[in-house]
Design a protein around this ligand. Structure first.
Ligand code: SF4
Length: 327
């Protein structure tokens, strides 16, 4: 079996915050607190959870937009969390990103032609000026935008078209992994579906791996291979798409999925309403972090932190409930 393209081992990212009079007292936000997972070549892994659960911080750590607190990020067998800048340059080419808001991530003063040419030039991928031009026009074809639009600027496009430009810019670097950070969240329903279809087509065509970070489980259900569910800086369940949507094991996953609409008209899931709000990541609860909201909480949950354990051949769950491993 070939090794995974991406391995994340016990990743932690804690941010300092100043509190108190004159900001003297330092506390820590435990944004990501011991997260491990793998992404295979050509696979889509979706990282899901409510806003503030740490999923985007995981994505940014993989892109090395900041230094991590602890753990390892390994791309194709090579650590990138502490890589030397010269190694990091090649690594950056191999891992690209598509952000939620293409308008703020695309330079409004640049024409599309220059936006797409920039990564090709930066990574030295074009052999000549004509090769550069060929690559730029091919990218427009790939994301199904008209070539004539190369001379326009981002504000002249719709939201969906701008996201296509963002995807084309990511593809320009010839990556193996694309981190899609809420990449379709800001789009209308029909446009969302078009962009998701495009990402799937590109995955098939180029063998891309996708880390799809999203709070929208209805979209995830249609396009992912596996799902990792995060709550308050931890992964609480990982499973293939079919298993997690048909038979979620963790009480938090069950609550999240109960809010996802069923495709059949008129059909409804039984909604599970969680009490309270997500606790602060500055002072997360002891034991199971979900225990303050879990409808099945019992004494052990308040003191002992559950670890991920097998609950099926490919399903992993962090919960003390004894019934789980039967899965
Ligand atoms: Fe609920 Fe306890 Fe399982 Fe946490 S460990 S999800 S509190 S039952």
């Amino acid at each position: 079996m070939s090794p995974p393209l991406l391995q994340v081992n016990d990743l932690k990212k804690h941010f300092p915050v100043k509190t108190g009079l004159f900001g003297r007292k330092s506390e820590w936000v435990y944004a990501v607190d011991g997260v491990s997972f793998e992404v295979a070549r050509g696979e889509t892994l979706s990282l899901v959870g409510e806003s503030g659960c740490g999923k985007s911080t995981v994505g940014r750590a993989i892109l090395r937009l900041f230094d991590i607190t602890a753990g390892q990020v390994i791309l194709d067998g090579q650590r990138i969390d502490d890589a030397h800048p010269s190694t990091m340059r090649q690594m950056r080419r191999r891992v690209q990103v598509v952000f939620q808001d293409p308008f703020s991530s695309l330079n409004p003063r640049m024409r599309v032609r220059d936006i797409l040419a920039e990564p090709i030039r930066n990574f030295g991928l074009a052999k000549s000026a004509s090769d550069l031009e060929t690559r730029v026009t091919a990218l427009m074809d790939t994301v199904r935008l008209p070539r004539e639009a190369l001379n326009r600027r981002p504000h002249e496009f719709s939201g969906g078209q701008r996201q296509r430009i963002g995807i084309a810019r990511a593809l320009a670097a010839e990556p193996e992994l694309i981190v899609c950070d809420e990449a379709v969240s800001a789009l209308d329903v029909s446009v969302k579906a078009q962009i998701v279809n495009l990402l799937q087509d590109l995955q098939n065509e180029f063998g891309l791996a996708l880390l799809f970070i999203s709070h929208d489980l209805a979209i995830v259900e249609h396009m992912t291979h596996r799902v990792a569910v995060m709550y308050l800086g931890k992964i609480v369940e990982v499973a293939p798409r079919r298993e997690i949507f048909a038979a979620p094991k963790h009480p938090y996953t069950k609550a999240l999925l109960s809010a996802v609409p069923l495709p059949e008209p008129g059909a409804q899931r039984n909604p599970i309403i969680l009490k309270g709000d997500v606790p602060s990541p500055i002072n997360p609860p002891r034991g199971c972090r979900f225990h303050t909201r879990c409808p099945l909480v019992f004494d052990r949950c308040r003191t002992e932190e559950p670890v991920l354990r097998a609950a099926g051949s490919e399903q992993w769950v962090a919960c003390h409930l004894d019934a789980l491993p039967q899965g």
